[in-house]
Ligand binder design. Structure first.
Ligand code: HMG
Ligand code: MG
Length: 307
């Protein structure tokens, strides 16, 4: 696996969208700047969605404008429809992400329409974005299970992923929204979807509810997938997927990749510092095992310095 793996940092969007404590624009910008300074150059920074649906993402236009000038970085934002797209473009978005689901129950709960309607809704968004020179990423949620409909067949994921790919999305991110999948299923899914979308254009977006995300990522890496969505500190989850926890923690992903000989370019100390700062804002400890291990080690050596 001695090749590059791209990490798309999700903390400021997928992470903060499900935190009970709202984080203001200034603190979100500081979090993103700290993540970029740690070496994470692709960051999903906000969502242009209904403020009634996700109040935590209000101010995403100010966040995007605030970080827009950081050189060498790529910032992504979610857009559910043309209204969101126009607002994102006006705030300077260069990459937007549309989001569909592989299950009808989640599609309805999350974006208030059927899967087929969502694809129709994305058509003008992608067309407009292409005309404006803005790249579009596509998500498929509930790829390994749905909180409303239960089991999700790989073919349902293949169909939606192919629709988004055919529309013109440059990459398809496969979301295990409720973090229920296990490595054999992740492997089977990636093989199935890679029949319609090139493996190199698939991203693995695994939430860690059942503690399987790293194992699932490893299975995906063995299959040839090379893009990972993760959130600093393991922040967050989806408000429309009750009980689901955050994305796999970026620290844990970086630790695993570096151990496998895959260079990430991420400065772990700076990443943990960024996680600690946002966790302090949220008033809770990070979920990341690696961040907690390094924090404990740091505290021990501080104590021994004082002794
Ligand atoms: P709707 O109620 O069907 O929309 O919501 P509508 O078109 O009927 O409009 C209703 C109101 O929303 C109107 O305002 C619109 O102007 C407004 P009102 O007249 O009542 O004052 N509105 C908007 N406002 C701001 N920005 C917009 C926008 N569009 C309409 N873009 C809608 C449909 C899609 C808008 C809504 O359901 C929504 O915003 N959903 C987003 C839910 C969301 O953000 N979920 C979390 C992200 S997805 C996720 O986490 C999964 C992922 O991480 C992958 C994985 O883990 O699987 C990506
Ligand atoms: Mg997610």
């Amino acid at each position: 696996m001695g090749e590059t793996v791209r990490i798309i940092e999700m903390g400021p969007r997928d992470g903060l969208q499900n935190e009970r404590t709202p984080v203001g624009v200034t603190a979100r910008i500081a979090f993103i700047e700290a993540l970029v300074a740690s070496g994470l150059h692709t960051v999903e920074v906000g969502a242009f969605v209904s403020p009634k649906a996700i109040p935590q993402m209000v101010g995403s236009d100010e966040v995007l404008r605030g970080v827009g000038s950081i050189a060498g970085s790529e910032f992504h934002v979610l857009v559910p429809n043309l209204k969101g797209y126009e607002a994102a473009r006006a705030a300077g978005a260069k990459v937007v992400s549309v989001f569909a689901a592989a299950s009808e129950g989640f599609s309805r709960a999350n974006i208030n329409c059927s899967v087929a309607e969502s694809i129709e809704r994305f058509k003008p968004v992608v067309a407009r974005a292409r005309a404006d020179g803005i790249r579009v990423r596509g998500y498929v949620s509930c790829v390994l299970g749905c909180p409303h409909d239960g089991e999700v067949k790989p073919q349902a994921v293949v169909d939606v992923a192919k629709s988004l790919w055919d529309l013109g999305c440059y990459e398809i991110s496969l979301g295990d929204t409720i973090g229920v999948g296990t490595p054999g299923q992740a492997r089977e899914l990636l093989r199935a979807v890679a029949g319609s979308v090139p493996m190199r254009s698939l991203a693995m977006h695994f939430h860690d509810t059942y503690g399987q995300a790293l194992a699932n990522l490893y299975a995906g890496l063995e299959e040839g997938a090379r893009v990972i969505d993760s959130a600093a500190g393991g922040l967050g989850g989806c408000p429309f997927a009750p009980g689901a926890t955050g994305n796999v923690a970026t620290e844990d992903v970086v630790y695993m990749l570096e151990g496998l000989g895959v260079s990430t370019g991420v400065d772990m100390a700076k990443l943990v510092a960024a996680t600690n700062a946002i966790s302090h804002q949220l008033g809770r400890a990070p979920v990341s095992r690696v961040a907690n291990a390094l924090n404990a080690k740091g505290n021990r050596s501080e104590t021994s310095k004082r002794d």
